[in-house]
Design a protein around this ligand. Structure first.
Ligand code: GDP
Length: 199
């Protein structure tokens, strides 16, 4: 995909604040610090589209972007940092579930995991929501540059098993550092967007 324009639209918490849902939307989600901003920046080819930050627990908002004036990209707030209060976790859960349940133009979720970490209960509940609301998703394993190729393949199998992935839900190996998987992920997204046009 050739990126001609990439713009930040707005931040929101609740549906009344979301921008109009007129374009197909792809949402990116993962634990804090997993490499979500780096992945989005890599995909779009902009260094600072989504802010890369090492500060878990910064203001947690849903951030909307538009690329090529035709595709909406959403940066969902990171989850799963151990030290936050239960009330913050509940607010995060309410915000996320509301978004996943009520956004009519959401067409696909990119679920991002660090290839070196096993899925934790937060990752598993996210996947339960995705299955429950029948939202198509792709699992992307980031930071593969930190492992050898053999290690990466072994970790991929373990994570797929832990998530109960079916044959159609194979995880994709990715690295923002080397750009591994960038073209493959775009191909998946483009095929998906094209298939929507044919429905
Ligand atoms: P976010 O909190 O999920 O948005 O994560 P960031 O994109 O801010 O990344 C968190 C940290 O991981 C930063 O220090 C990044 O430089 C680093 N990082 C992200 N992706 C990769 C990757 O593919 N390879 C390596 N080696 N580091 C990465």
């Amino acid at each position: 995909m050739k990126i001609i324009s990439a713009e930040f639209v707005k931040s929101a918490v609740w549906p009344a604040q979301y921008p109009p849902g007129t374009m197909p939307e792809i949402a990116f989600v993962g634990r804090s610090n997993v490499g979500k901003s780096s992945l989005m920046n890599t995909l779009v080819g902009r260094k600072k589209l989504a802010k890369t930050s090492n500060t878990p627990g910064r203001t947690q908002l849903i951030n909307f972007f538009v690329i090529n004036e035709s595709i909406s990209l959403v940066d969902l707030p990171g989850y799963g940092f151990a030290k936050v209060a239960q009330s913050v976790k509940k607010d995060w859960g309410d915000m996320m579930e509301t978004y996943l349940r009520e956004r009519p133009n959401l067409t696909m979720v990119i679920s991002i995991l660090d290839i070196r970490r096993d899925p934790n209960p937060d990752d598993l509940s996210l996947h339960e929501w995705l299955n429950h609301y029948r939202i198509p998703y792709v699992v992307v394993l980031t930071k593969t540059d930190k492992l050898s190729n053999n290690q990466a393949i072994a970790r991929k199998r373990l994570i797929e098993k832990a998530l109960g992935a079916t044959v159609h839900q194979r995880a994709l190996l990715f690295s923002a550092k080397t750009q591994r998987g960038k073209e493959e992920l775009w191909q998946i997204l483009e095929n998906h967007l094209n298939s929507l046009g044919k429905q």
